[in-house]
Write a protein that binds this ligand. Structure first.
Ligand SMILES: Cc1cc2nc3c(=O)[nH]c(=O)nc-3n(C[C@H](O)[C@H](O)[C@H](O)COP(=O)(O)O)c2cc1C
Length: 409
């Protein structure tokens, strides 16, 4: 079994696969199941500032609607969910502390790290002492790290709207929050936000002493789904947040771009990770630790065991150490020169490429014959190409279910 140990914020994790914040960190049972399934760390649900009588309604807060999450398979979108959980007001720092204390012996037995999580919300902005008190409360439960989720839609209203996000203001708010956080926190602090926030504010946050970042989410994932029989959206309103596999490529890029901002900080990333390949890919995009939430809501916590095993087996097969994988793809992802060289290299004439169909593999399924140029037909249960019509675009090669087609250079 490959050695999967990794350091994040100076804290050793037994493996780099972590349960991200959300319902997975809201109940004792959910936490226990993740820990027993072998993940490297568990993150608590974000707690919120207590509602004060004089602030009514509490800005940015919602009740916990039920149902709050709907997977969209029956709407034609596999591995995707919409969530309108919002920011539930009924999970305070005191409740989070009690939950940490209760789960701690089980986490210790399994060598699993505990990450407390606070959502610095508008109440905290109005009263920074409330933020201080909440951090102290969590601190007293002795988590291994504390994460702060300050995604734009959680910030004060003038910076919440994705279309009008004011990144100077976001930077200002981030600096202000983390200056307070760093005064009080006694364990490593994680700043969690989306790529665009970090492209603008990471240096400022790093300068106030934060050493760990978690890149995720982003205002890019608002959407709606209409139930065509009811002729109404599943959740009314301008937008609900969509979670799932569609986030994966976007978050890969955001992760690589964040990693490219420097090597003097540690990086976690979540968003769209469902399979062991996705874990490896995100590590290659520069994350030392990866977080999962939605896929675990779908498959249950046994997914953690499968991913840990899969990662270990992949490393063994490759004869590689975990450290050799982390960040490997970043230089080519963030480089305009690499992109230009790739485009030049791929700039080939039609005659330089020859499509080839392996008759031993082709089962005549006819999928490739959907070719929009009419360049493939099925003859005697085998695919055949018409080179005069073929433009060598590569679609057939990429859609063949049995890998019978290759474009040879
Ligand atoms: C239902 C739900 C609730 C969430 N609640 C929180 C939260 O309270 N605090 C937080 O920092 N992130 C929260 N997240 C974000 C996740 O921690 C994670 O970053 C994000 O879902 C991307 O990972 P995924 O694609 O594996 O779900 C929540 C996600 C989901 C799906």
């Amino acid at each position: 079994m490959a050695d999967l140990k990794v350091k994040y914020g100076g804290v050793e994790f037994k493996n780099p696969i972590v349960a991200a914040a959300g319902p997975l960190g809201r109940t004792f049972e959910a936490l226990k199941r993740s820990i027993e399934a072998g993940c490297g760390g568990v993150t608590l649900k974000s707690s919120n500032a207590e509602v004060k009588e004089e602030v009514s309604p509490k800005p940015g807060a919602h009740v916990y609607p039920r149902p709050a999450h709907t997977f969209l398979k029956k709407y034609g979108l596999a591995n995707m969910m919409i969530n309108w959980e919002g920011v539930p007001v009924d999970f305070t720092a005191m409740e989070e502390k009690r939950l940490i204390e209760k789960i701690k012996p089980i986490a210790s037995d399994h060598g699993c790290r505990i990450i407390a999580n606070v959502h610095p919300d508008p109440m905290h902005f109005a009263d920074m002492d409330a933020l201080r008190r909440d951090i102290e409360t969590l601190q007293s439960a002795k988590p291994d790290l504390i994460e702060f989720c300050t995604c734009p839609y959680h910030l004060p209203h003038e910076v919440t709207c994705p279309e009008t996000a004011n990144y100077d203001r976001i930077k200002e708010v981030q600096e202000k929050v983390y200056a307070v956080v760093m005064e009080v926190a006694e364990v490593p602090v994680i700043a969690k936000a989306n790529g665009p926030v970090f492209y603008n504010a990471l240096r400022a946050v790093r300068d106030v002493g934060v050493g760990c970042f978690h890149v995720t989410e982003g205002p890019l994932f608002y959407g709606t789904i209409v139930d065509i029989d009811e002729m109404t959206p599943l959740a009314p309103g301008p937008a609900v947040i969509t979670y799932g596999a569609h986030r994966r490529p976007i978050m890969n890029l955001q992760c690589a771009r964040t990693r490219d901002l420097g090597n003097d900080f540690d990086l976690m990333s979540s968003g769209g990770i469902w399979l062991v390949n996705d874990v490896i890919e995100r590590l290659m995009c520069g994350a030392q630790v990866v977080g999962l939430h939605t896929a675990v809501q779908y498959h249950g916590q046994e997914l953690f065991a499968k991913l840990v095993k899969g990662l270990s087996e992949w490393l063994d097969k490759k004869g590689m150490a975990l450290q050799e994988v982390i960040g490997k793809a970043v230089p080519k992802i963030v480089s305009q020169e690499a992109h230009d060289a790739f485009m030049r290299e791929c700039d080939r004439s039609v005659n330089q490429i020859r499509p080839s169909i392996d008759p031993g593999l082709c089962n005549g399924c006819g999928f490739c014959a959907n070719c929009i140029h009419g360049a493939i037909s099925i003859d005697d249960k085998k695919a055949e190409t018409n080179l005069d019509k073929c433009v060598r675009c590569g679609v057939c090669e990429s859609i063949c279910p049995v890998d019978a087609i290759t474009l040879q250079v």
